[in-house]
Design a protein around this ligand. Sequence first.
Ligand SMILES: [Zn+2]
Length: 93
Amino acid sequence: MRTKHAPIRTCLGCGRKLGKGELVRIGVKNAMPVLDESGRLHGRGAYICPRSECINLLLRKKGRLSHALRISLPREAEEGFLKGLLREKKGED
Ligand SMILES: [Zn+2]
């Protein structure tokens, strides 16, 4: 049996490189970003730390998420998605 090497991914918010397991994956479904909690969505994915700090950082980087996911996303949709994530995070605190 081969030991699995944990892939390193970069957080879109703070830019830190972390193991895949420490970040949450954002996938694409119907040309919209979705939180890919199972990590099973096909296609392009972006990663971010599950912290409101990083989500806020990404919110300020306009167009960064849609660029990473290679989708053309209206600014409002990008903001809406990230603000939704923030609300979820707040619920957990
Ligand atoms: Zn981060």
